[in-house]
Design a protein around this ligand. Structure first.
Ligand code: SF4
Length: 374
């Protein structure tokens, strides 16, 4: 199996990443929300400067892809006009925060988000993918979303600041929470060797000081599936790329769109949306299929992924992952069936992750629809 290139950093708006089809420009919505005007503006910008699609990422960000270097400055002007850029570009890489999409204005999660945002300049510049989650509703919804420092509801319904990789966190008051996160961040930065970039990896080789432990998190609640949840409607975007026309259509509903880390948009107070290709049925088989951008969008891919994934959806009850290479960006864990691109063909892994040993190798893409993958 070929070794994928680990970039070790995430693109931003100020620091776009060159991909197979042009620049990837990532927008990090403030408080996981875009207004109808911003949604319409992003849709128009994706059509005018990008490839007409907007990716929803697993850290609840939006990406405009396929941007030429000539168009990039004009796109940035447009995003600035929509109030979608950080005033200080240095804050952008630090603003790697996933906020529960189900907060209400000025509730505890929202207040902690605002407090953390205000103190970001005090935090060190972390390695590229290091980030926070804020999940302070009665039950946790972000347990499976990657983060390094978590603000969570404790089992006793207080607040804990928890290092990912440790089962417990330290109980804090609201006023103490950001200072505690800062202390934990400082410990991480001072303790980590240069090649360790994430908290869980550091905790495999360094004991977390007792001052950052003690209280367990609250129970979790599964909210990642689409449909009518939490007093609103969650619409899933198959595999993550959202057509600009669909986003434009949603902007006409005149309600804010919350970007979730589950490739879905959640709209408070909305029951149903007519004439959309987005998914509101939690039993839709496409929801059990995962696929990254693949060829020609990612330079590491030698195979097309998303059309194959769509063609294979519904053939199993279990999870299927079609990955452009062994890095496994779309679903970096074990699936029932994983097809991994390599040199224009696919390797088949069963009950494993893309980097695990393959059961069959060198499968031609046009044979996969006929293959018994069970
Ligand atoms: S898994 Fe897909 S998106 Fe990620 S590096 Fe490989 S080909 Fe690219």
């Amino acid at each position: 199996m070929s070794t994928p290139i680990v970039q070790g950093w995430c693109p931003g708006a100020f620091k776009p990443m060159m991909s197979g089809d042009g620049l990837v420009v990532r927008i990090r919505p403030i408080a996981a929300e875009i207004s109808p005007i911003q949604a319409e503006g992003i849709a128009a910008a994706a059509l005018e400067f990008g490839n007409g699609f907007i990716d929803l990422t697993n850290r609840a960000n939006l990406q405009i892809r396929g941007v030429s270097t000539d168009n990039y400055p004009r796109l940035m002007d447009r995003l600035a006009g929509l109030d979608l850029l950080d005033e200080d570009p240095d804050n952008e890489p630090k603003r790697n925060i996933v906020l529960t999409p189900f907060y209400t204005e000025n509730d505890l999660s929202h207040r902690l988000y605002q407090a953390l945002l205000a103190r970001l300049p005090d935090f060190p510049l972390f390695p590229g993918k290091f980030g926070f989650s804020i999940d302070c509703g009665p039950k946790l919804v972000l347990k499976d979303v990657p983060a390094d420092i978590r603000f969570e509801t404790s089992a006793a319904q207080g607040i804990i600041v928890r290092a990912e990789g440790c089962a417990t966190g330290v109980e804090v008051s609201e006023a103490q929470s950001v200072d505690m996160a800062l202390a934990l961040a400082d410990w991480f930065m001072k303790t980590r060797p240069d090649d360790i970039r994430r908290m869980p990896k550091l905790l495999l080789q360094q004991k977390l000081p007792a001052e950052f432990q003690g209280s367990g998190p609250a129970d979790t609640s599964e909210q990642s599936l689409p449909g009518n949840i939490n007093g609103g409607l969650s619409l899933a975007v198959p595999f993550g790329p959202l057509q600009a026309e669909e986003l434009s259509k949603l902007s006409k509903l005149d309600t804010a769109l919350r970007v979730t880390p589950w490739h879905a948009l959640w709209m408070e107070g909305v029951d149903a949306v007519q004439n959309t290709r987005l998914i509101s049925d939690a039993s839709d088989p496409v929801l059990r299929v995962h696929a990254c951008a693949g060829h020609p969008f990612c330079p590491q891919a030698t195979v097309k992924t998303r059309q194959l994934a769509a063609d294979l959806a519904g053939r199993w009850d279990g999870q299927l992952h079609v990955s452009g290479c062994s890095k496994g960006c779309a679903f970096p864990k074990s699936a029932d069936v994983t097809l991994v691109g390599r040199d224009g063909t696919f390797d088949l892994v069963t009950n494993g992750a893309p980097w695990d040993e393959a059961r069959q190798t060198g499968l031609a893409p046009d044979t996969l629809k006929e293959l018994d993958l069970t």
